[in-house]
Ligand binder design. Structure first.
Ligand code: EPZ
Length: 447
């Protein structure tokens, strides 16, 4: 697919699209298959770049991967796991942060693991200190080398007590994927409890793991000697569903998101309603629409689950440019997730960014030099522009802005969007968007 998209905005999105399994669960479940002594099967798998990246990485480690993208089924057979070549891992992993989660399973299977420099969206520093400390606590030896980090476990991995400084999703997954086959009991306090993590726990339980979750964010894992394969259907992608919902609202449209589920989206739905959006939960999905009249400004803080997800923030901010009054958004998960608003300002939005915490939540970025609060004043009509996609969610948000704006926008670098949004071009067309792909030639002026 070309990296340049032409968008003729001003048409409300209308129609039906389907979301399949959550990107941020599917990739982890695929890694979990490494721990089994038999093949596993995952269903409801979306056809996105991150799935391809993990499939390739598993393939490099000797896992046989059979993917039927149409049916959304992926079969993973880890019986011949072997060490991969460093250069190959580097070449495949460049765009993803998933390799760090291979460590626990590979240490169990092979006694060593290697992690290249990690990629992922540039929305903050995104360090891996929690991950490395966790692995050390299990007894692993972490050796930083020129090409990346080599990790070994000469004495095997032993259960341990871990307290996370922050309920990190990845660090919680790291602990789970390492503890299930470590010797003895592991207790993880201040864990993340996102629905995608609960679904990963469900997968591990199917494999034979013993894991309990307390109401106070403590997870206890009793290590077992062997794990079997699993068959599992992935939970729906609530980030993608929320993104299409925000697109419906910003374009004054009406979109039925087939496959979206209510329990994982409760916090989003509350906020959507407060802004003035309408929704209807049905057996097979959720319909989101702009009911006419004015949208209302809100005060919003992103947080770990069950709070408002940081990944919903960027698409919703575009809709907030169309709400009457001053909206305040305090981003408490990532220190640098408002870069995408530069382009929105260039399109006519009135958004000011602040270093201060504009909200009541205790935030790690208080009194530090991070632009992590935004004040959005609306409604402001959006004008078409030439835009460069900065990251996955920011990029989709730019698309929404271009769809809501009057005139023809050119959005460059849309390939990034394929990392997390399945067939988004087909979906846009199904919703009546006037979009066309062009070869990305010449320089596009950036706003
Ligand atoms: C996951 O990233 C998701 N990615 C992100 O989705 C999501 O935004 C994030 O969780 C929060 O929900 C995947 O699942 C592949 P974290 P992860 O560890 O696990 C800090 C998307 O658009 N931290 O919960 O990397 C970190 O800097 C993406 O789909 C450390 O300081 O997120 C951040 O401020 C982007 N040290 C905070 O914790 C560490 O070692 C939360 O990050 C690890 C994290």
């Amino acid at each position: 697919m070309s990296g340049l998209l032409t968008v003729e905005g001003g048409t409300p999105l209308q129609g039906e699209i389907t979301v399949r399994g959550a990107k941020n669960f599917v990739s982890k479940a695929m890694v979990a298959s490494l721990l089994g002594e038999e093949a596993s099967e995952l269903r409801n798998v979306p056809q996105i770049r991150d799935v391809e990246v993990v499939a390739n990485l598993l393939g490099l480690h000797g896992v046989s991967v059979e993917h039927d993208p149409q049916a959304g089924v992926i079969a993973l057979d880890p019986r011949n796991v072997e060490a991969a070549h460093v250069a190959d891992i580097d070449a495949y992993a460049g765009s993803s942060r998933i390799p760090i989660l291979f460590c626990g399973p590979l240490l169990h299977r092979l006694g060593e693991a290697f992690i290249p420099d990690l990629g992922g969206c540039r929305i903050g520093d995104r360090p891996i200190d929690y991950h490395l400390n966790i692995l050390r606590q299990f007894g692993a030896v972490v050796d930083k080398r020129v090409q990346g980090i080599h990790i070994s476990a000469p004495g095997g991995l032993r259960g341990t007590q871990i307290h996370l400084p922050y309920p990190s999703v990845g660090a919680t997954e790291q602990t789970l994927l390492t503890a299930v086959r470590a010797q003895g009991l592991t207790e993880l306090s201040n864990a993340a409890i996102e629905p995608e993590i609960m679904d990963l726990i469900a997968v591990l339980q199917k494999m034979g793991a013993i894991i309990s979750v307390d109401t106070d964010r403590t997870i206890r894992i009793e290590g077992v000697d062997r794990l079997q394969g699993f068959r599992h259907t992935a939970l729906a992608d609530r980030i993608e569903a929320g993104s299409w919902a925000s697109a419906a609202l910003a374009t004054r449209g009406d979109v039925f998101v087939k496959g979206a589920t209510q329990p994982e989206m409760m916090t989003f739905l509350n906020t959507f309603r407060k802004v003035g959006g309408a929704f209807d939960v049905r057996a097979d999905g959720i319909r989101f629409w702009h009911p006419g009249g004015e949208l209302r400004s809100i005060v919003l803080e992103t947080d770990v689950h069950p709070g408002f997800m940081t990944d919903w923030q960027q698409p919703l901010v575009v809709a907030l440019t169309q709400a009457t009054g001053l909206s305040i958004v305090h981003e408490t998960v990532y220190e640098n997730r408002f870069g995408f608003t530069d382009a929105l300002r260039g399109m006519g939005a009135t958004i000011q960014i602040y270093r201060e915490c504009l909200g009541g939540l205790e935030c790690r970025f208080d009194q530090r030099n991070f632009n992590h609060s935004a004040v959005i004043s609306g409604p402001t009509p959006l004008r078409a522009a030439d835009i460069e996609v900065p990251d996955l969610r920011g990029g989709f948000s730019h698309l929404i802005a271009a769809l809501a704006a009057e005139g023809v926008s050119r959005v460059r670098g849309i390939d990034i969007i394929n990392r997390g949004y399945e067939n988004f071009m087909d979906k846009l067309e199904a919703l009546g968007a006037k979009v066309s792909l062009a070869e990305a030639q010449g320089q596009v002026a950036l706003v």
